[in-house]
Write a protein that binds this ligand. Structure first.
Ligand code: SAM
Length: 292
């Protein structure tokens, strides 16, 4: 039996055979630890009914394992040099479609409608390119598409921001942008040594699943996201000051914003980073009710 693509020997062999050189600017750190990839796939609990989008397949290390479990895999790879390599390494898997595409430019609803049966579960799995972790995550959770699960490898520092709780220094706008859409969990921490070339930082596998009850109604999400940007604009500043910088500094506005903040059961000198999603939502509603 041929060895898995992700085994260090086979990876080296494929890279050599195709004369492939890594592009740092594309976040190319390939996983050469089959056990870890199997953990990622196990966390997604895949069956033939599942359809998977993979972002950045590289030489197909994760793609191969996904193809063995899922009904269909659509893998989006920006680096044109990898397309013929993937055609070679994944030739045994007719249920894989590789597209030369930039995830940040892809029209996700159109892709899903064209490639998948949208009545069946669609999951995203990826070892993300770290230079664009945040924009990819925001695109996935904010796209108006139903994703049954997102399991992604990312730098540990970003994983910490995603699962942070109020008062923690990692807590902020990213935490809330995710929390208003998904429930997040770190599956496992991953050492630098699992990759070639080794990145400078440790990593983590994160699982995101849709909330069972919606916190912020769909129609209000964009507006609430803008509100979050306003309150965290200068995170070391007091919440009141961030609100006044945006809404205006008249005595009437100051009185309304002060009343809104104290109605949350906190003192007026509080910073946004101390407030939970529920408290920020209550403040958002208070400000809307007062027609700002
Ligand atoms: N999946 C492989 C693995 O686990 O070994 C490779 C992961 S590597 C961290 C990230 C991959 O994303 C690379 O193959 C890179 O070329 C690709 N990539 C970078 N930017 C991308 C983008 N904007 N859209 C799609 N793929 C991208």
């Amino acid at each position: 039996m041929t060895e898995l693509i992700s085994s260090p020997e086979r990876t080296r062999e494929i890279l050599q055979a195709h004369g492939f050189t890594f592009k740092k600017s594309l976040g190319q750190n390939f996983l050469t630890n089959p056990g870890l990839l199997q953990d990622m796939v196990a966390a997604a609990d895949l069956s033939a009914a599942d359809q998977v989008i993979e972002i950045g397949p590289g030489i197909g290390a994760l793609t191969e394992l996904l193809a063995q479990k899922a009904g269909k895999v659509v893998a989006l790879e920006i680096d044109q040099r990898l397309i013929p390599i993937l055609a070679d390494t994944l030739q045994a898997y007719p249920n894989v479609v590789v597209k030369n595409a930039d995830i940040l430019k892809v029209d996700l609803p159109a892709l899903l409608a064209a490639e998948f049966d949208v009545t069946k579960p669609i999951k995203v799995l990826a070892n993300l390119p770290y230079y664009i972790t945040t924009p990819i995550l925001l695109k996935l959770v904010q796209a108006q598409v139903d994703l049954a699960q997102i399991i992604v490898m990312m730098q540990y520092e970003v994983a910490e921001r995603i699962v942070a709780t109020p008062g923690h220094k990692a807590y902020g706008s990213l935490t809330l942008a995710i929390a208003m859409n998904m429930q997040a969990q770190i599956v496992t921490k991953v050492p630098k040594s699992a990759f070639i070339p080794q990145p400078k930082v440790d990593s983590a596998i994160v699982s995101l699943t849709p909330l069972t009850t919606e916190i912020i109604p769909k129609a209000e999400k964009a507006q609430f996201n803008r509100f979050i940007q306003i309150v965290f604009k200068q995170r070391r500043k007091r919440l009141l000051n961030n609100l006044l910088s945006f809404f205006g500094k008249t005595p009437a506005i100051k009185a309304t914003m002060t009343a809104g903040i104290t109605s949350l059961g906190v003192t007026v000198d509080v910073r946004a980073e101390a407030l939970s999603l529920g408290q920020l939502e209550a403040l958002f509603r208070f400000i809307l009710k007062n027609q700002y």
